[in-house]
Write a protein that binds this ligand. Structure first.
Ligand code: NAP
Ligand code: GLV
Length: 309
């Protein structure tokens, strides 16, 4: 039996070297060179073409190369009986926390303003208060959101977070559910989105939500493009309700040529690059699951399909 590897962004040979180091004798086939589909029992995938997984008659485990599995869950042919595991690894988590810290510091230290000042040859000193005076709010307190909060807490920022179920995390004011959203937003100067994309969270970053933030708030969005109503963001930047946005994910990726975000003074764009797994770290986690699969044990990081993440 064999593992099928499917990804347009991950290097299969790096993953093969790491995986076979952990699981000697593992046969890994790289899409589209599938060979006999009946010989594939596991798949390691990022955004597989719709219908591909359904075409593997003996598939018994799916391992995602990403933390978010929304694209796979949108595939109506995704085999319902096959366990789906998402990627949870320390390199993916650490790189996301770096991204969040980088951009929170950018706003806290007025680096966005200095970049504008430089373009206009304007020499203007802007000195922020201590980090505790900047209130950061994180949508999503899961693996990524809670680690980003931990890292920001180490820098002294004032922290709050919002999740579906109530959390109790040291140093973080925790809010949950629909009722918790308004009080969470009311005291958030920098809003960080690290939610999974589900029917409940689609379009959550919209005009109504932005209206509940303090004037001049900033957005750092590294969840999924469909969380954001793009026209609403442009409107609140235009009105001054929001002072800036850092966007890593978009409703259409790559962001199309000529899209207004590319040239917007108050928007920083990164190409879905916020976090990534180092194969040497990610492969150890996937290998653990492969060994569990081979031993008939319970898999780690199983997606709850009913919940959608
Ligand atoms: P996770 O561990 O599953 O955490 C998800 C968090 O979101 C949980 O705290 C969950 O609440 C909360 N949540 C889900 N639905 C909610 C709702 N309707 N209302 C309020 N809170 C809700 O996921 P993760 O590993 O942190 O990853 C989060 C997301 O980050 C991924 O799904 C993906 O979209 C995105 N991501 C982006 C990149 C990038 O490079 N841009 C990289 C990796 C991941 P509970 O704790 O109560 O369940
Ligand atoms: C990337 O977006 C991921 O979900 O890991």
């Amino acid at each position: 039996m064999a593992l099928l590897f499917v990804s347009h962004v991950d290097d299969p040979e790096l993953w093969r070297a790491e995986l076979t180091g952990h699981v000697p004798g593992l046969e890994m086939r790289v899409h589209p060179e599938i060979g006999d589909p009946a010989e594939i029992d596991m798949a390691l995938v990022w955004m597989p073409p719709e219908g591909l997984l359904a075409s593997l008659p003996n598939l018994r485990a799916i391992f995602s190369l990403g933390a978010g599995v929304d694209a796979m869950l949108r595939d109506p042919t995704l085999p319902a009986h096959v366990p789906l595991c998402r990627l949870v690894d320390s390199s993916l988590t650490a790189t996301m926390s770096e991204y969040v810290l980088l951009h929170v510091l950018k706003y806290h230290r007025y680096q966005d303003r200095y970049a504008q000042d430089q373009r206009h040859q304007r020499w203007q000193l802007r000195l922020p208060g201590p980090p505790a005076t900047t209130r950061v709010g994180i949508l999503g307190l899961g693996v990524l959101g809670s680690d980003a909060a931990r890292v920001l807490g180490g820098q002294g920022f004032s922290l709050r977070g919002w999740s579906r179920t109530q959390k109790n995390l040291p140093g973080i004011a925790c809010f949950s559910g629909e009722a918790g959203l308004a009080p969470f937003l009311a005291e958030t100067d920098i809003l960080v989105c690290l939610l999974p994309l589900t029917p409940e969270t689609t379009g959550i970053l919209n005009r109504d939500l932005f209206a509940q933030l303090p004037d001049g708030a900033r957005l750092i969005h590294a969840g999924r493009g469909a969380h954001l109503v793009e026209a609403d963001l442009l409107a609140v930047l235009e009105s001054g309700k929001l002072a800036g946005a850092t966007l890593d994910v978009f409703s259409q990726e790559p962001l199309p040529e000529g899209h207004p975000f590319w040239r917007h003074e108050a928007i920083d764009v990164t190409p879905h690059a916020a976090s990534y797994s180092h194969p040497e770290v990610g492969a150890a986690v996937v290998a653990d699951n492969i060994r569990r699969f081979q031993a008939g044990q319970e898999l780690l990081h199983l997606v709850d399909r009913a919940r959608g993440y």
